[in-house]
Design a protein around this ligand. Structure first.
Ligand code: KET
Length: 400
């Protein structure tokens, strides 16, 4: 019955991460998947999360189905973290937010909603983007195109080409944007560049779809949300998929949110209704536990402060790893500019390694980066950063 089914070729991120798990070499280094590891190479349980969960376990609550849109306290907490509790869009009730199964669930619920109400639109993603963006929007029934973004020659942004491309898009094109810590390149727009892009988005009547999966890993919790707030300030109607997987180190709990910033509260109510219907048709309602951990941390001032401090330390540790990687690479590769490792932001850097070089790094040195050349800087630590830099320098020099 199933003989005609093609074997699954695997996923460029998840399948490589699985291969890492099976690699018997003791000195192997995992810089493939976007997961933050601590300086001992462990996946952290944040103290604020542990404390909130411990308190929850003292008084185990009954578990009815959640509403289709998720828990009210979680939805409010997510909205406040993204936009600020006092933002006019929040206080005027013009943001429709639903709790979703991770940031991925948010992207898919929003994709299905858009396909239903804007079926003639196409989706435009940055070149390159997170591999799953294309798969998800194609899966929702859209044609997916790319706009210019990463400049391999400088390790920076092709901003003028990007701006020109946006200016030529058909009305109501859906433009997928990364709020901060661009995946896979680590290259973000500056606040000044957002200020130039937003009027083009408005003039062309585009539909921005902003993915924010790394809030707090770039420059700070509020700083990393500045693009969202600027879009809301400008009165743009847009979609935002957010995730707590990384910022709470709660990957397996699948905590995300989809927020649609609407022109007014009445439209937000209509949108919320259809988002509820979309969820009902997919998986009915989201799970309880992880969302309640997040809500408790964000709504308990002492826990929230502790969480922000822990996230700040994670961000700092990534900056330190960037400096140490840069120091070894610039010493070992004189004449080659490796400054992009310092300027790129968040968990990822684009190394400039070709697929063949990434294979060589993995096969000869047991250092795992994606075949696109993306490395997860958050997988580096005091014990492996030197070895990684030396191996990378060797591979880069061999084929230079
Ligand atoms: N958006 C972006 C930009 C992103 O990098 C990820 C995960 C997600 C959404 C998904 O979030 P979640 O809450 O886990 O559903 N990225 C890492 C893991 C993965 O590929 O699934 C990664 O790029 O390695």
């Amino acid at each position: 019955m199933f003989k005609h089914i093609a074997p699954y070729a695997g996923d460029p991120i998840l399948t490589l991460n699985e291969s890492f798990g099976r690699d018997p070499r003791a000195h192997k280094i995992n810089l493939s998947i976007g997961i933050y590891f601590d300086d001992a190479g462990r996946l952290p349980v944040m103290a604020a999360v542990r404390e909130a969960e411990t308190a929850m376990l003292q008084n185990i609550a009954a578990r009815p189905y959640q509403p289709m849109e998720g828990a009210a306290n979680y939805r409010a907490a997510a909205q406040h973290l993204l936009f600020g509790a006092q933002h006019e869009a929040v206080t005027s009730g013009r943001i429709a937010t639903v709790q979703t199964i991770g940031g991925s669930g948010a992207l898919k619920v929003g994709g299905d909603f858009l396909q239903r109400f804007f079926p003639a639109s196409q989706v435009w993603v940055s070149d390159p983007t997170w591999d799953n963006h294309r798969a998800m929007f194609e899966g929702a029934g859209f044609a997916v195109q790319t706009y210019p973004y990463y400049d391999a020659a400088t390790g920076g942004l092709k901003f003028s080409e990007m701006l020109a491309a946006f200016g030529a898009l058909p009305e109501q094109s859906i433009v997928l944007l990364h709020a901060c810590c661009h995946n896979p390149t680590g290259v973000d727009l500056s606040a000044a560049q957002w200020a130039e892009l937003i009027p083009v988005i408005r003039a062309r009547r585009l539909i921005p779809y902003v993915d924010i999966a790394y809030q707090g890993f770039g420059d700070g919790i509020d700083e990393d949300a500045c693009a969202l707030r600027a879009l809301a300030d400008a009165g743009i109607t847009f979609f935002c998929a957010s995730s707590f997987s990384k910022s709470f180190s709660l990957y397996g709990e699948r905590c995300g949110a989809l927020s649609v910033v609407c022109p007014d509260a009445a439209q937000a109510e209509l949108v919320l209704g259809q988002l509820r219907a979309t969820v009902r048709k997919n998986y009915s309602s989201p799970p309880t536990h992880g969302g309640q951990i997040v809500a408790r941390v964000l709504q308990t001032p002492a826990l929230r402060a502790q969480w922000a401090a822990e996230l700040g330390a994670m961000r700092q540790r990534i900056h330190t790893m960037r400096s140490r990687l840069h120091a070894v690479l610039s010493a070992k590769l004189p004449g080659r500019n490796v400054d992009h490792f310092l300027t790129q932001r968040g968990m990822f850097s684009y190394t400039g390694l070709t697929p063949a070089q990434a294979d060589r790094l993995r096969e000869a040195h047991a250092v795992y980066v994606l075949r696109s050349g993306r490395m997860c800087v958050a997988g580096l630590n005091s014990s492996n950063v030197e070895a990684t830099a030396v191996a990378m320098a060797a591979v880069l020099a061999a084929q230079a």
